[in-house]
Design a protein around this ligand. Structure first.
Ligand SMILES: [Mg+2]
Length: 488
């Protein structure tokens, strides 16, 4: 009896200074998925309690008893001592895009998850490894500034943004708070999802697919339809003779194809929208994308023809970089316009926003600069009265990064979900309430530390690209070096 009382006193004394100095909230041992040097919890207990002789006065292992009695204490050591020790990738396929997942390891056993934008090369992330080793991942903005010169528009941004996601995951885990909290807190507990839908050349089939989405609870729809759908209808388009509809078309920017849409073509395209609107009704926003590579004048003609169906937005009618062309389209039609999924960093968004060249912006967080930069973009647009929808087509890792950013950004409208038809997509992660996409068409913002999901090794291994390994060593990237300073 006396021994038990003594133990209680000792534990109380040990616990008090720990609780004061070592943080907040419930412990999350499940977040620790590996340690180079054994169990990080025990390593930390030994480190923190190093001067105390623990072994001599217990019936059961003292560390287990202490672990139980101090379970409300963060066990991952002082976040200020956290250091990046490794960066690895696992490249998955058909999700429905190919996506390189990123894993950042640390000296305290904490693991951070991120991903290169869908379709981007894993090398975009691995190239950054030598710039990150030994750095404290909690200094997210500092590290972002260090690596952001290695990103560019489109997929080339994927490495920088994917690393940034993993840094927030680590910072959140180190301080035991969800990523949205580190961004300033949340405006909403659930994030609205909008669903993209594959097109069909048959308007009725297309309408049925859209209706199925709405019936499943999705509250915001997007349809793809473009001039390619009517190209075989005589008289629908004016096209230069012997036009190459293959690679040449897909790689030629909109103003430079010389394709024009006729009145007949407009009628045919309008049929698709009319069929979909009739099927889903008017109580659901309906956006549209992929109109084809046509001139600004044809974009305006098409926009005007569609006005009576009150679409939520017309997306990427011309490339994002043509601010003045966007301004022409936006001024000429009354349906909202939107672009931005390939823009890297806030500066190019600011140009579009300042010019009121589009009615809405549409960053893809895996291209736009990650969570914090995308929040900055959203905040800037908000001050100008412009809403932000979010483009997305990756794995649940990047998806949850989007969810945190969407929760923390006031002018957010809806986040894209591109994988509703991929049955194993949610299985790629664990540690989160399922289904992630709820029946009401929203996603709950998780309150667990970091991004709030862990990679599910078993499932990810089933979907690796042929020849790719599960987070294989990447020592060949340890010593990549150059004189990176951008000024002299
Ligand atoms: Mg798009």
């Amino acid at each position: 009896m006396k021994m038990k009382t003594n133990l209680k006193n000792i534990l109380a004394k040990l616990q008090a200074p720990l609780a004061k100095t070592e943080l907040i909230g419930a412990s999350t041992p499940s977040l620790v998925t590996g340690s180079e040097n054994g169990n990080p919890r025990r390593d930390f207990m030994k480190k923190t309690l190093g001067g105390v002789a623990l072994g001599g006065f217990m019936f059961s292992p003292i560390e287990d008893t202490l672990a139980e009695s101090t379970k409300n204490v963060n066990r991952f050591g002082a976040p200020s001592d956290l250091k990046i020790t490794d960066v690895r990738v696992a490249y998955i396929r058909d999700a429905p895009m190919n996506v390189p997942l990123i894993r950042i390891d640390t000296n305290q056993g904490l693991v951070g998850w991120g991903e290169v934008r869908d379709g981007g090369s894993p090398r975009y992330a691995l190239f950054l490894k030598s710039r990150l080793l030994g750095e404290n991942p909690c200094n997210v903005e500092k590290l972002f500034k260090k690596i952001k010169q290695f990103g560019f528009h489109g997929r080339q941004a994927g490495g920088v943004c994917g690393i940034e996601m993993a840094l927030w995951d680590l910072a959140g885990k180190a301080y035991n708070v969800p990523a949205y909290q580190l961004l300033g807190g949340k405006y909403r507990d659930e994030v609205r999802i909008y669903a993209d839908t594959d097109k069909s050349t048959d308007p009725q089939v297309f309408a049925k697919r859209m209706k199925e989405r709405a019936d499943k609870g999705i509250t915001f729809l997007k349809m793809d339809f473009g001039v390619e759908m009517v190209k075989d209808i005589p008289g629908a388009l004016v096209v230069p003779r012997n036009f190459d509809w293959g690679k040449a078309y897909s790689q030629t920017e909109h103003p430079f194809t010389a394709i024009q849409i006729t009145d007949k073509g407009l009628d045919e395209m309008v049929k698709y929208v009319a069929a979909v609107r009739e099927a889903v009704g008017t109580d659901i926003p309906l956006a549209a994308d992929h109109f084809g590579h046509i001139s600004v004048n044809s974009c305006i003609r098409l926009g005007r023809a569609l006005e009576k169906y009150q679409l939520a937005w017309l997306e990427d009618m011309v490339p994002w970089k043509y601010t003045e062309l966007w301004k022409q389209i936006t001024t000429a039609i009354e349906t909202p316009t939107l672009t931005g999924e390939d823009i890297y960093l806030k500066e190019e968004f600011i140009k579009l926003i300042d010019a009121y060249a589009v009615d809405m912006i549409h960053p893809d967080l895996a291209s736009s600069g990650g969570l914090l930069e995308t929040k900055k973009i959203g905040d800037y647009a908000e001050e100008k009265g412009i809403p932000m929808a979010m483009h997305f087509a990756g794995s649940p890792i990047s998806f949850m990064a989007n969810v945190h950013c969407a929760a923390a950004t006031q002018n957010f409208i809806a986040l894209e979900h591109h994988s509703i038809d991929v049955p194993w997509w949610e299985d790629l992660v664990k540690g989160i309430e399922k289904p992630i996409l709820m029946k009401n068409g929203f996603v709950k913002v998780p309150n667990t530390p970091g991004l709030g999901v862990e990679v599910n090794e078993e499932e990810v291994k089933k979907h690796l690209i042929d020849g790719e390994k599960y987070f294989a060593p990447t020592t060949e990237w340890d010593k990549e070096r150059s004189w990176d300073r951008l000024w002299s």
